[in-house]
Design a binder for this molecule. Structure first.
Ligand code: PLP
Length: 407
């Protein structure tokens, strides 16, 4: 049985009090808190095993290299990739997507090609494509959402053409919480021989994601949203594609030979990891993956759905609160964006913080095109993870009810 109270005990931050009260952390969509296992692994690595990797012949360097490589192997298993060759460590989702944009798209796309995206993408899955579109004279096309905040799947069929070279879609919307049918979208992409990129920033930490099952060419996600430190993220890509791609950055560690005018690349995945990596953060990502796998991604998904359903139903029952995204719990993850009638979203967040120590996000959530589409300046957003318990939701509901009552 998944026990969030036991999980919570692993997170030292929840022992902290602010203004004498506990912290109600409901902002895991922005970044997750860290369990003691990850924090200790990080400091143990620095205290006992730290050295640069792939360079030294001495024991410490060999040990650090093995630990860093082992973390790649763990991530590969976690997403069912074909080994660590398909797992490139980067800083975050943003860098993973930019790597695809600059190494793959810049070299593969030609004038007149098309990239199909959706209106619900995070800026990190829009802006890199705008930069590429300008440089390569490529057209960007967007799939819209329906009134319930789901993608209009038929628009993919209408907007895909023989010129479509890339379809890039978020698995889960960081604003609406919508879980997109990426298996179906991937099939549509491959029917026209387009590449398929999945932004997994909001799915990989929260549900089983199997790259074989979704048949994506690229999958991008961030360690800091899945219990690992900041500064480490992942680009998964099929081995054949990575082999064909030029490196993103040139420098140390990514070569097998360097002459004055030409170089040869290191084997995968090191060809894409130039310079000294975030070694300790990478090792700690492996520990975070161990932690998640021990809990079981299906258990995590089921638990989050349960707590989200409880929060959603009760939030919808408060007069004056509007919740965005699908009302059907099957179609959404643990992200609840909402507004309170006549109260600015930042004022909602301030009230919750000052009076209840509730940490939520407010603003446009790096999804301005979606905000404009919804006709909103912003929303308040509460999001749940493995360490949130019903009492957190109850305090959130009490706080919002009291705010509505006082307005
Ligand atoms: N994509 C989605 C859907 C996100 O929610 C986020 C961050 O919130 C990102 C991409 C960017 O992640 P990062 O800032 O870790 O690069």
């Amino acid at each position: 049985m998944f026990d969030p109270y036991r999980v919570r005990d692993d997170f030292p931050i929840f022992k902290r009090r602010i203004r004498g009260k506990p912290i109600i952390y409901l902002d895991s969509t922005a970044t997750s808190q860290k369990p003691i296992q990850v924090i200790e692994a990080l400091s143990k690595f620095y205290m006992e095993s730290y050295a640069n990797i792939h360079r030294g012949l001495y024991d410490l360097s060999q040990e650090a290299s093995e630990m860093y490589e082992e973390a790649h192997v763990k991530v590969a298993k976690f997403i069912n990739a074909d080994g660590m060759e398909e797992v490139v460590f980067v800083r975050n989702t943003t860098e993973a997507i930019n790597l695809v944009a600059y190494s793959w798209a810049l070299n593969s796309l030609k004038q007149g090609d098309e990239i199909l995206l959706t209106i619900m993408e995070h800026h990190s899955n829009i802006v890199p494509w705008q930069l590429i579109a300008k440089r390569k004279n490529v057209k960007l096309k967007y799939v819209d959402i329906d009134g319930d905040g789901r993608l209009k799947i038929q628009e993919f069929e209408e907007k895909i053409s023989s010129k479509t070279r890339l379809i890039t879609v978020t698995h889960v919307s960081n604003v609406l919480g919508t879980i997109n049918d990426i298996r179906r979208i991937g099939k549509l992409a491959h029917e026209v021989n387009a590449f398929f990129l999945v932004d997994g920033a909001q799915s990989v930490p929260h549900m089983p994601v199997n790259v074989k099952d979704i048949d994506c060419d690229f999958l991008a996600f961030s360690g800091h949203k899945m219990l690992a430190p900041t500064g480490i993220g992942v680009l998964y890509a099929k081995k054949d594609i990575l082999s064909e791609m030029d490196p993103f950055m040139g420098g140390g560690d990514m070569i097998s030979d360097v002459d004055l005018y030409e170089s040869k690349w290191a084997r995968l995945p090191w060809k894409f990891e130039a310079g000294t990596s975030s070694i300790a953060d990478g090792v700690a990502l492996g520990v975070a993956v161990d932690y998640l796998m021990k809990l079981g991604m299906e258990n995590i998904y089921q638990y989050e759905r349960e707590i989200t359903e409880y929060a959603l139903n009760n939030l919808l029952a408060i007069d004056g609160v509007e919740v965005y995204g699908p009302k059907d719990i099957e179609a959404r993850s643990g992200i609840l964006s909402f507004n309170v009638r006549n109260i600015n979203h930042h004022d909602v967040a301030n009230y919750l913080s000052e009076n209840y120590n509730i940490c939520i996000r407010s603003g446009h959530h790096c999804a301005l095109p979606l905000m404009k589409r919804l006709g909103l300046k912003g929303t308040a957003r509460a999001s749940f993870y493995i360490y949130n318990v019903r009492e957190d939701v109850d305090i959130l509901l009490e706080a919002i009810s009291s705010l509505v009552g006082s307005s």
